[in-house]
Design a protein around this ligand. Sequence first.
Ligand code: ZN
Length: 116
Amino acid sequence: MVIEYIGTIIRSEVANRKERLYESQNRGVYMFRIDNDFVIDATITGGPARYINHSCAPNCITEVVTVEKENKIIISSCRRIQRGEELSYDYKFDLEDDQHKIPCHCGALNCRKWMN
Ligand SMILES: [Zn+2]
């Protein structure tokens, strides 16, 4: 285990509202989807895990674990990580149509060119 993605657990509908609010405030939005219904909002109450970037060839994986009936996101290494190496995981964004594509700049040999 490397770090837990901490934040406030909110319902998807609330997450959508908050995302629009944060964007209107020019804030960086940091959220992690747990499942269809819930999202961890790390924008205000998050820890350093929110700054981990996406990579198509990541050195970490994420998993949802249940601890005392509460869902938590745990980020773990999936291979040996060199000292000073940047941490990354696959954001696994849903696929979007061409108008809403986010380009990927991870630099991996197998880069998919798009994050979604
Ligand atoms: Zn990539």
